[in-house]
Design a protein around this ligand. Structure first.
Ligand SMILES: Nc1ncnc2c1ncn2[C@@H]1O[C@H](COP(=O)(O)OP(=O)(O)OP(=O)(O)O)[C@@H](O)[C@H]1O
Ligand SMILES: [Mg+2]
Length: 325
């Protein structure tokens, strides 16, 4: 699109310049209209990814310049009071964003709880209903076997053996889907149980070093279990790893957990940023960690293996729960 001659767009003033100029305007008696623009400036600061500390530093610079200016006709007290109001207005979009974030975390927690209920339901269905069906098949085979000659009875015996294997695997999968030890004994025993099954099936050594005692609140333990579960699944599915290491430890009031493999690794930016990507595992992990107030770091690169590191500050709520159980 062509611009009309002589109407060049003026470049937008920097945040610092605009802040200083608006603060000056407000201190000189700018009133409500200027405060409204201070609010908009706060929104711009968020959009430009400025932290609250950045904003405080911008404010400090603008205030110093204003204090040096002796010609604004206002007393020192008035300037200070006006600048405090101005800063508060500029910061209020941060507060709104913080509230929005808390709402989102609450919604995420609820979503995870619903998901867990659904997983429980599926685990029970696999365990109980599929189990019952298999019992019915066993009975039907036993009936049939009575009327068959010896060689066919032996064949049926082999089929029964295979059915027993299917039943064993289904039981194992249903327990791993939602292990009862997760509720009864906690996330570390549940992870040991899971790792044992995966290690056998994938013929892959999984080394566990857990220096943690006590329990965490249910949602935190479930989230930790799911994150380790997805990391192990990924390592088996994608990494062609020869070893997996799981470590969990506590340092001061922070719980750490790391899942590392020595496999092929991957380009994390590409895997997380590709539009139309199909995998949900890494996103779900990030969301689960956010929902319990932790952070997750994924370190990987082609040929370098992969490490998922989780950091969970233990709130008073967590620590009390550790002691109470
Ligand atoms: N440990 C790993 N080693 C190598 N590549 C990995 C590893 N973990 C993840 N990846 C890569 O990152 C991609 C995204 O992983 P993500 O768990 O999100 O999805 P997925 O495993 O493909 O599918 P889903 O988890 O939904 O079943 C994978 O497709 C894989 O290419
Ligand atoms: Mg996955």
């Amino acid at each position: 699109m062509k611009m009309a001659a002589g109407r060049k767009k003026r470049p937008q003033a920097s945040l610092e310049e605009e802040y200083a100029s608006l603060l000056r305007e407000y201190a000189a008696g700018g009133g409500e209209a200027t405060l409204g623009r201070a609010y908009e400036l706060g929104r711009r600061a968020i959009a430009e990814r400025k932290s609250l500390l950045d904003l405080a530093s911008i404010h400090h610079g603008a205030l110093r310049a204003l204090a040096q200016d002796t010609n604004n006709g206002k007393g020192r007290e008035d300037v200070l009071r006006a600048s405090a109001d101005f800063l508060a207005e500029c910061m209020s979009p941060y507060e709104m964003a913080q509230r929005g974030f808390q709402d989102a975390v609450r919604a995420l927690r609820q979503l995870n709880e619903t998901l867990e209920q659904e997983i429980k339901r599926i685990a029970y269905a696999v365990h109980d209903e599929a189990g019952q069906l298999l019992v019915a098949v066993h009975l039907a085979l036993a009936d049939m076997a009575r009327e068959l000659p010896k060689p066919q009875q032996e064949q049926l015996g082999r089929i029964k053996g295979l059915l027993n294997e299917v039943e064993k695997h289904l039981r194992r999968y249903s327990h791993e889907l939602r292990p009862t030890i997760l509720d009864d004994l906690g996330w570390i025993p549940a992870i040991r149980f899971l790792a044992e099954g995966i290690s056998k099936r994938a013929n892959l050594p999984i080394h566990i070093q857990a220096r943690i005692s006590g329990r965490l609140p249910g949602p935190a333990e479930t989230a930790l279990y799911r994150i380790v579960q997805e990391s192990l699944n990924n390592a088996v599915k994608h990494a062609k790893a020869r070893n997996i290491w799981i470590r969990a430890w506590r340092e001061n009031q922070v719980l750490h957990c790391s899942i590392r493999d020595d496999g092929e690794g991957f380009d994390t930016h590409r895997a997380q940023g590709t539009p139309g990507r199909k995998g949900l595992g890494l996103i779900a992990m990030q969301e689960r960690v956010s929902a319990i107030g932790g952070t997750l770091r994924i370190q990987s690169g082609p040929g370098q293996g992969t490490e998922i590191s989780l950091r969970l500050p233990l709130e008073t709520e967590h620590v009390n729960s550790c002691r109470a159980r």
